[in-house]
Ligand binder design. Sequence first.
Ligand SMILES: Nc1ncnc2c1ncn2[C@@H]1O[C@H](COP(=O)(O)OP(=O)(O)OP(=O)(O)O)[C@@H](O)[C@H]1O
Length: 302
Amino acid sequence: MTEKPLISIEALARRYPRHGGGETTVFEDVWLPIAKGEFICLIGHSGCGKTTILNVLAGLDQPSAGVVIVDGREIAGPSLDRAVIFQGHSLLPWMSVMGNVAFAVNSRRPDWSKDRVRAHCQKYIDVVHLTGSEHKKPAELSGGMKQRVGIARALAIEPKMLLMDEPFSALDALTRGSLQDEVRRICTETEQTVFMITHDVDEAMLLADKIVLMTNGPHAKIAEIVENTLPKDRSRTNIHKHANYYALRNHLLDFLVTRSKAFTAESGANGYDPKKPPIVRPGARPVAVETGPPEPGHAVSA
Ligand SMILES: Nc1ncnc2c1ncn2[C@@H]1O[C@H](COP(=O)(O)OP(=O)(O)OP(=O)(O)O)[C@@H](O)[C@H]1O
């Protein structure tokens, strides 16, 4: 990354006191630059600290060491610059769809007129295809529709960064698929910067520009940053037809099944530097070699 990142996670660590004395280091030495408009998915086994990192980015948790810099400033607490979409939709049950979105927009733009807020909210309600349901209360909506309201609400405050913690995991497969497509379309169109946690390799391959792989905890770290080598115009229906699909998928699965456990030994042999985790492009030809047919397997660059 040559330009200055929008967000910079630097030397982040989280420790908790251990029963009986001492402390447990969940993760440490986590470094990650995130460029404006980038869609990042974080993948790692349960307990490696993904949600904790997201909470630190949101300003809802304090790191034990390290900082998060957004637009050149260290973050200190929550901000409407960083909107969070959780697994549960956390809507205000007594308010309509419009009311829920407007509530957030009013907090962000207290100087806006009622009409301006309404028009702005309507734009995002339309974007998530909830036109016609503006007056409905959460109890009248399906799980997928509620999640759409959560997405519209987060997007409507036009945050610098959208944070999502497994936002689709509680949905049925059909709803999940169509919402994934919508989120991808919206984030691409609006150049939204996104940091998302998922356990789903296929979801990460569809949505992310970069897939950040974490080693198992305790003492978890970023093992690799995997660049998505599939074309930008990918969709759920054509993604598996691309030549890089299996190289990318197999690389991610191999990491999760095998390499995430043995990473300490592997990294010791390879001169791993947590400040600059290796950048991997499965299926792509090595960046320095621009002639000849694409290489099989995957290329690695530091
Ligand atoms: N308040 C706390 N006190 C002690 N330990 C905690 C506390 N909060 C979290 N932890 C521990 O920190 C570790 C990381 O938790 P976190 O929820 O961030 O992991 P995760 O990678 O998001 O897991 P999952 O994929 O299961 O959601 C866990 O082992 C958890 O037990």
